[in-house]
Design a binder for this molecule. Structure first.
Ligand code: ADP
Length: 394
């Protein structure tokens, strides 16, 4: 048997998430099925890296993961391991597909650090440590931005001076790409269609949140931009605002650029509006008649509805709206409010179906709705593993 396991690593500044997946899972080598669900062999997270309660650094963290996997008979030296796949947040314009990691690729990811100062350095640390431990094994980088690289210039460009924009790489890149890719494809399958035949609006609503417009499997617009700050209202991020708010905060309120950065990324969104960033807590407070929680919910769902309307216009024909991630998969109230009043656009949510809780992929629209409304749990690790395996499979 050729090696068929892929170890997916998602390396953050103080945590290392991992999943080991068997990509063959009953599939015939002669007729590979890209939609076959891989078998999850192991999954876990090492936290508090560099803190007194955790491992000293990422090397120690990955060694702990290797020990854990070895105890299950699937260590880093296992002959079943086909590749290690790394989630990398920012691929700039350079990386538009899964990429085999070489010294040059590492150097180029490093060059992109100014565009993702919080994420790319941590991702790279994971890459370096894994390459040191298994220098002989193919290692693949899968980029959060890649799925959005197909956006036309009309959607990707900001209307600012082109020379300045090009010199500093200022454009819209988009994030959560592996989730948007996975969910749009699964939604097409749920409708019994090929992804190339289907136009989908994907709403990824987790702590971070983003929308995308996907035409025939190809992303044509997304709500996040140069950084993951643009677009929808999020747990702690503002999403869209007038850029002049920033000048006002620096000139009138006397905040430094770093203070504005922290305000908009960490103290805004749902948290800024009502003091809570967890939609469950906000739901509880609304049930008790809390006005600030209600306002936060209303601003959040109004923004969502605006993006759904905008992406209906971008796509022309829409076959499905798909909700995913923590809020999208679990909050019937958010789904209902986001699509409320969109019947003239052919979007009819079914209140009873929408209220049913579950973890399966499902439709929550009425039978007469022209546009299907779907709830599709995301699985970024599976998508990352699949993309990496497609590059290295024998
Ligand atoms: P991340 O962006 O960190 O991956 P997730 O996709 O896990 O986030 O989503 C986390 C968010 O999902 C939580 O902050 C919470 O607001 C929301 N959430 C989780 N479960 C529920 C639920 N049952 N009802 C409403 N919201 C939920």
């Amino acid at each position: 048997m050729p090696p068929s396991h892929v170890l997916v690593l998602n390396s953050g500044s103080s945590s290392l998430k991992y999943q080991l997946l068997d990509m063959t899972n009953g599939e015939s080598a002669a007729a590979p099925d890209p939609d076959a669900a891989p078998e999850r062999k192991a999954t876990g997270i090492v936290e508090h890296i560099g803190e007194p309660t955790g491992p000293a650094d990422h090397t120690e963290a990955l060694e702990a993961v290797a020990d854990e996997l070895a105890a299950r008979g699937a260590g880093l030296d296992s002959p079943d391991l086909a590749a290690i796949a790394h989630r990398v947040v920012h691929g700039g314009t350079r990386f538009t597909r899964p990429t085999l990691i070489t010294d040059d690729v590492v150097a180029e990811i490093e060059n992109l650090i100014p565009l993702a100062p919080l994420h790319n350095p941590a991702n790279l640390t994971g890459v370096r440590v894994a390459r040191r431990l298994r220098p002989d094994l193919p290692q693949v980088a899968v980029f959060d931005t890649a799925f959005h690289s197909t956006m036309p210039q009309s959607a990707a460009r900001y209307a600012i001076d082109r020379t300045v924009a090009d010199e500093y790489g200022i454009r819209r890149y988009g994030f959560h790409g592996t989730s948007h890719a996975y969910v749009s494809r699964r939604t097409a399958r749920l409708l019994g269609k090929d992804p190339s035949e289907v136009n989908v609006i994907v709403l990824h609503l987790g702590n971070g949140a983003s929308a995308s417009a996907v035409r025939g499997g190809v992303c044509v617009d997304t709500s996040m931009g140069l950084t993951p700050l643009e677009g929808l209202v999020m747990g702690t991020r503002s999403g869209d605002l007038d850029p002049a708010v920033i000048f006002h905060l620096t000139r009138v309120a006397g905040l430094s650029p770093d203070e504005v950065d922290t305000l908009l990324n960490k103290r805004s969104g749902l948290l800024g509006l009502c003091g809570d960033n967890d939609m469950r807590e906000i739901g509880r407070r609304i049930a008790e008649g809390d006005e600030a929680a209600q306002l936060a919910f209303d601003v959040y769902t109004h923004r969502l509805r605006k993006y759904v309307g905008a992406y209906c216009a971008v796509l022309g024909r829409v076959d499905a709206v798909a909700f995913t991630a923590g809020v999208g998969e679990n909050s019937a109230a958010v789904r209902g409010a986001a699509l409320d009043g969109l019947e003239p656009l052919g979007i009819e949510i079914d209140a009873v179906r929408n209220a049913v809780r579950g973890s399966a992929e499902r439709l929550v629209s009425t039978d007469t709705s022209r546009v299907a409304v779907a709830v599709v749990p995301t699985d970024e690790e599976r998508e990352i593993a699949q993309q990496a395996y497609s590059l290295v499979r024998p």
